[in-house]
Design a protein around this ligand. Structure first.
Ligand code: ADP
Length: 488
C-alpha cells in the first residue's frame, strides 16, 4: 500500500510519521534533542544531532510502516522556522551550533536596525525587525564564528533554515534549496515579488549569493541518497511548521484559521492572495506557494501556552500531570474574578510587551488550587480572544490542535470565551500531516487541496454556551488584569 513519509523537525524533538494517502497515521517515531543555553539570551541546537535524529526516526518509521504493508512513495519535510544553520558546502557538516528562533543575542542590533529600516522592512517582508527571525542570526554567525568566516572566505559556506540544511544532507549536497514559507521568515525575502531582496540582504549583511534557491511548497527538492540514508525517496513537499499545520487543518479558504496549543500558541489565518499589511501586533506571512497560487496568512503567537501548564506542574506542584487540569478546572468556581495573565516571559502578540511579568489577580481567602488552575487555562483562552480581535476578521470556526487540544474542558472554555465554534480534527498531528499532503500532491498520490479538505475530519466540535452578560463581565475583568500587568 502506498504511503508518505513526513519529517517534522521541531524545537524540542524530531518526529517522522508515515501516513497513508487518506491522512491516517501508520507509523511514528520521535527523538528529543538537547536545548543548549550557553549564555544569557543564547539558545542553540546541535545541528549534527538534529541530522542524526532525523535519519533515525525516518528509518524507524519507514521500517514500522513496511512491516504493516505500507511503502512510502514520497517525502515531505516540515520544520521549526527561523532557526538557522551554517554548514560546509563540501561535507555538509555543520560549522557552528544552530541558532534557535528563541535566541535573542542579536536583540540590540535589531533595535538599532528597527529605528532606521523598520517600516520599509515590514512593507517588504510582513515582519518587524526582531531577533526571532533568521537574518541577524545569519549575520552574527558570519561575523563571530571562526569556522563560518573561514568557510565563507573559501567559498565553502552554506547558510539557511533547518529545512534547507536537512534537504542538503538528505540529498548528499546535490540540492541547496528552501521553500517560500521558510524563506518568508528570514527578513530577507520579499513577500510581494517572492524573491530574495537585494536591499534587505544588504541591510542585514547577508550576501544574497550565499542563500539557497527558493522553491514552491510542492516542488522537486531532489531525492534522498540511498547510500547515505538507507532509503531513496523524492522530497516533494517542504513547509515551515505553522504553515504546514494550517495546511494539515485544511484552511485553504480566506477567513479560515487554526490555532495550535503546544508549548507556545500560534494562531494562523488564511487571508487569501493579497499580502495585505497585518494589523498592529500581528505578522503577514506566506501561507503557501504552488505553481499557480500564492496564499498569505496573518499570524499571531503568544509565547506561553502549555508551558504555563508545566509551571503549574513543576513549579507550583499543583498537579502531577497536564491531564489533571481538565478534572480540576471543571471542579473550580467558573467566574470568580481570579485571573492568571501568562506574561511569564513577557507578552507576545498582540501586546508585544517584552518586559512584563506574569500576574495573578483577584485572589481571596476562598480561592482554591482548582480556581488557580482554571484561571491559568482561562488566561490562554483570553490570549486567543485578543489575537482574534486583533485579526478583526469574523471566523466561522477555529480549528485547534497541539497537546492542549486534547483537554475537552479547555476546548469548551475556548469556545465560550472567544464565542466561536472550536473544532478538533481526528488527526491532531497536523504539522506533519500538512507536509505529507504537500508531498502527496507532488507525487500525484492525491490530486489537490480539495481532496485534503474532503479528508479532513472532525473529532469533536465545541460550541459557545456562556450567557452574554457573564461573558462580558469575565472579559472586562481580563481587560483590567492585562492592563495591570502591562502597566506594572
Ligand atoms: P510541542 O509540540 O510544543 O512540544 P505539544 O503540542 O506536544 O507541544 O503540547 C505539549 C504541551 O501541552 C505541554 O506544555 C503540556 O503541558 C500541554 N498539555 C498536554 N496535554 C494537556 C492537557 N490534557 N491539558 C492541558 N495541557 C496539556
Amino acid at each position: 500500500m502506498k504511503a508518505i513519509l513526513s519529517l517534522d523537525q521541531g524545537t524540542t524533538s524530531t518526529r517522522a510519521i508515515v501516513f497513508d494517502t487518506f491522512g491516517n497515521i501508520i507509523a511514528s517515531h520521535a527523538v528529543e534533542h538537547t536545548q543548549h543555553y550557553p549564555a544569557e539570551n543564547y539558545v542553540e541546537h546541535n545541528a549534527e544531532d538534529i541530522w542524526q535524529n532525523a535519519l533515525t526516526v525516518c528509518k524507524k518509521a519507514l521500517a514500522e510502516a513496511q512491516a504493516k504493508g505500507y511503502t512510502a512513495q514520497t517525502m515531505g519535510i516540515t520544520n521549526q522556522r527561523e532557526t538557522c544553520v551554517a554548514w560546509a558546502k563540501d561535507t555538509g557538516l555543520p560549522l557552528a551550533p544552530a541558532l534557535v528562533w528563541q535566541d535573542k543575542r542579536t536583540a540590540d542590533l535589531c533595535t538599532d536596525l528597527n529605528a532606521a529600516y523598520g517600516a520599509s522592512v515590514k512593507e517588504k517582508t510582513g515582519l518587524p525587525i526582531d531577533a526571532y527571525f533568521s537574518a541577524t542570526k545569519m549575520a552574527w554567525l558570519m561575523e563571530n564564528n571562526k569556522a563560518v568566516k573561514q568557510a565563507q572566505a573559501l567559498n565553502n559556506l552554506c547558510i539557511g533554515t533547518i529545512d534547507s540544511y536537512l534537504i542538503y544532507r538528505l540529498t548528499s549536497g546535490s540540492v541547496y534549496a528552501t521553500d517560500a514559507t521558510n524563506a518568508s521568515r528570514t527578513l530577507l525575502f520579499n513577500i510581494q515579488n517572492m524573491t530574495w531582496d537585494s536591499e534587505l540582504c544588504e541591510c542585514f549583511k547577508v550576501p544574497k549569493a550565499l542563500l539557497p534557491i527558493v522553491k514552491n511548497n510542492i516542488d522537486d527538492f531532489g531525492k534522498t541518497d540511498e547510500a547515505l540514508c538507507g532509503f531513496s525517496l523524492p522530497i516533494q513537499g517542504v513547509c515551515g511548521d505553522q504553515q504546514s499545520a494550517t495546511i494539515g487543518q485544511a484552511c485553504f479558504e480566506a477567513g479560515t484559521a487554526k490555532s495550535t496549543y503546544g508549548t507556545g500558541n500560534f494562531l494562523m489565518m488564511n487571508i487569501g492572495k493579497n499580502p495585505k499589511p497585518a494589523p498592529e501586533g500581528l505578522l503577514t506571512t506566506v501561507l503557501y506557494k504552488t505553481a499557480d497560487t500564492t496564499m498569505y496568512a496573518y499570524e499571531g503567537s503568544s509565547m506561553v501556552c502549555g508551558s504555563s501548564i508545566q509551571w503549574l506542574r513543576d513549579k507550583l506542584k499543583l498537579i502531577s500531570s497536564a491531564i489533571e487540569t481538565e478534572r480540576l478546572a471543571k471542579a473550580a468556581k467558573q467566574n470568580d474574578g481570579v485571573y492568571v495573565v501568562p506574561g511569564f516571559v513577557g507578552l507576545g502578540a498582540p501586546y508585544w510587551k517584552a518586559g512584563t511579568k506574569g500576574h495573578i489577580v483577584g485572589l481571596t481567602l476562598d480561592t482554591t488550587k482548582e480556581d488557580l488552575i482554571r484561571a491559568t487555562l482561562d488566561g490562554l483562552c483570553y490570549q486567543t480572544l485578543d489575537l482574534l480581535n486583533a485579526m478583526d476578521t469574523p471566523l466561522k470556526e477555529l480549528r485547534i490542535d497541539g497537546g492542549m487540544a486534547s483537554n475537552d474542558w479547555f476546548c469548551q472554555r475556548l469556545s465560550d470565551i472567544t464565542h466561536i465554534k472550536t473544532v478538533r480534527p481526528k488527526v491532531t498531528e497536523t504539522t506533519a500531516l500538512g507536509a505529507a499532503y504537500l508531498a502527496a500532491i507532488g507525487a500525484g498520490l492525491i490530486p489537490d487541496f480539495q481532496t485534503v479538505s474532503k479528508q479532513w475530519q472532525i473529532s469533536k466540535t465545541f460550541t459557545p454556551t456562556l450567557e452574554n452578560d457573564t461573558r462580558e463581565t469575565m472579559i472586562l475583568g481580563w481587560k483590567r488584569a492585562i492592563q495591570n500587568c502591562i502597566e506594572l
